[in-house]
Ligand binder design. Structure first.
Ligand SMILES: Cc1cc2nc3c(=O)[nH]c(=O)nc-3n(C[C@H](O)[C@H](O)[C@H](O)COP(=O)(O)OP(=O)(O)OC[C@H]3O[C@@H](n4cnc5c(N)ncnc54)[C@H](O)[C@@H]3O)c2cc1C
Length: 468
């Protein structure tokens, strides 16, 4: 419960209709997509600033009173990053949702942090430009959340991740100061700018972003290839690489994911395939035609049961909509799930899929796999019913074993969803004590009072030991 003086001071910075304190209003901010089927942590207040100055004012008040601030975009994060584990004030950016301008000649787009990623795509496309980062949640997540998590997605293989496109930002420091970083900003703060992408709301609140754009590709084509086994699909991926093709996207769904999408109304995709590959090729027209042929050849040679090239943009859009719906479709199969976004070298992904199935058997849980095959990023999902005694614990144990497996394979805990709170117990195993110590020092230097998103990204016990 917040002291009345904190509320009063917040209402001086952000108009009172935009400060929530009633329990009924707070409940929706107690979790993000990770906790949707489980844990809830109700904040003490939620504020909705409308300008960078209001964000700065709210953060300054919280820093003064020693109250945690949890920045929040759309709450689609899969690592409990926006969940207020220790109470405090959730600072929602959703009122700051405008795309402020597109400059085709400078190949840049300027947006407020609460703008939907889809709005960024649409604004760029309306000017013949292209913003490639394309998380599966693009219709609902915010560009500020993408920066904070350094979001990736299907287009990472060819174009890179969010940080490859952020050239500038306006941000608010843990003390409530406004800083302009990167292009058009104070270059002495370049070190902070470099840390911004992927800092998960622990170092600064992003309020505006300046994004680099590309010219829209002249031509684009989508192939859907089905295989009886994951190993054959992996063979096709190797063949595509050997042919020198770098697709814009190379996504896969296993049999469970295909069936979940079909049951949820995802149309004709996949049939009874053991694995489905969706391949997007883009560039100038003649290159696309040649690469489509080569990709089709590689899939056929690897033993594809069927390879279909989308007849037109509408059919391609339907295939990609089905891919984007897979998370929600899997969530309908069972009431709860623990889903991870582990990464291994991409030539070992079939081996990892087999290992997740072994883990499912071992922990007596169904497992569904899909992901960004092109960059070795697997969304391994253990399905469970949290109402049944011990089921959540078994799913979490399976995820723990998955992390051990991935680290032993030379992989990484997260390709895009971040650490948040969900992966904290495993961070030290990946980074080592020295890596955690380095992160702790950065955090305590930039946020000595631990105001911004405390207890996220960096293991708390180590952090607390450093602060005292
Ligand atoms: C169906 C589905 C599909 C998804 N597919 C992908 C995918 O393909 N690729 C991918 O990378 N992710 C994916 N995600 C995960 C998620 O959408 C991304 O991590 C996204 O970037 C989160 O954005 P958000 O606005 O919802 O942020 P939130 O969930 O609100 O916050 C996420 C983290 O960012 C911090 N944060 C948010 N806004 C700011 C800000 N303005 N300043 C500072 N910190 C901030 C929060 O404190 C928190 O730590 C998916 C999620 C779902 C539900």
């Amino acid at each position: 419960m917040l002291d009345r003086r904190v509320i009063r001071d917040l209402e001086r910075q952000v108009d009172s209709p935009h400060v929530y304190t009633r329990p009924a209003d707070l409940a929706a901010y107690a979790y993000d997509a990770w906790g949707a089927s489980g844990e809830r942590h109700v904040p003490d207040a939620v504020v909705f600033p409308g300008t960078t100055a209001e964000v700065a004012g709210a953060v300054e008040v919280c820093a003064y009173h020693g109250v945690p601030v949890i920045p929040r975009g759309a709450g689609t994060g899969y690592a409990a990053g926006a969940a207020p584990m220790h109470g405090g004030v959730v600072l929602s950016l959703v009122r700051m949702h405008r795309v402020l301008g597109v400059e085709p000649e400078a190949m840049r787009l300027h947006a407020e942090a609460g703008a939907l990623t889809r709005s960024v795509h649409q604004a760029a496309s309306a000017q013949g430009m292209y913003y490639p980062p394309d998380p599966g949640s693009s219709t609902t997540c915010t560009i500020g959340g993408n920066v904070a998590c350094n979001a990736a997605g299907p287009h990472t293989l060819r174009y890179g991740v969010t940080s490859d496109f952020v050239v500038g930002a306006t941000a608010v420091t843990p003390a409530g100061e406004v800083v302009r970083l990167g292009e058009g900003g104070d270059r002495t703060l370049d070190a902070l700018f470099a840390l911004l992408c992927g800092s998960e709301g622990t170092l600064a609140v992003v309020t505006e972003v300046l994004l680099r754009l590309l010219p829209a590709p002249a031509s684009r084509s989508t192939l859907a290839a089905t295989f009886s086994t994951m190993e054959r699909a992996a063979g096709a991926v190797a063949g595509i690489a050997a042919a020198g093709i770098v697709p814009a996207a190379l996504e896969f769904l296993d049999a469970g994911a295909v069936q979940a999408v079909r049951r949820a109304g995802g149309g004709e995709i996949g049939g009874d395939a053991g694995a489905l590959l969706l391949i997007e090729i883009e560039g100038d027209e003649s290159a696309v035609a040649a690469e489509v042929d080569a990709a089709r050849g590689a899939a056929t040679k690897a033993g594809a049961a069927d390879v279909e090239v989308a007849a037109d943009a509408a059919q391609a859009a339907r295939l990609w909509a089905a891919r984007k719906a897979v998370s929600a479709a899997v969530a309908k199969v069972m009431i709860g799930k623990v889903n991870e976004d582990v990464v291994v070298p991409r030539d070992r992904i079939a081996e990892l899929v087999a290992k997740t199935r072994d883990l499912g058997t071992q922990h007596q849980l169904p497992v569904v796999n899909f992901g960004h095959l092109g960059d070795g990023n697997l969304h391994a999902t253990f399905l469970m019913d949290p109402r049944l005694a011990g089921e959540r614990e078994r799913a979490e144990a399976a995820a723990g074993d998955l992390f051990e497996t991935v680290l032993a394979m030379g992989g990484s805990l997260s390709g895009e969803h971040g650490v948040g709170q969900a992966k904290l117990p495993y961070v030290e195993r990946q980074l080592g004590a020295g890596g955690v110590e380095l992160m702790r020092r950065l955090k305590t230097t930039l946020d000595p009072r631990d105001t911004l998103n405390p207890g996220k990204k960096i293991p708390a016990a180590t952090l607390l030991a450093a602060v005292h």
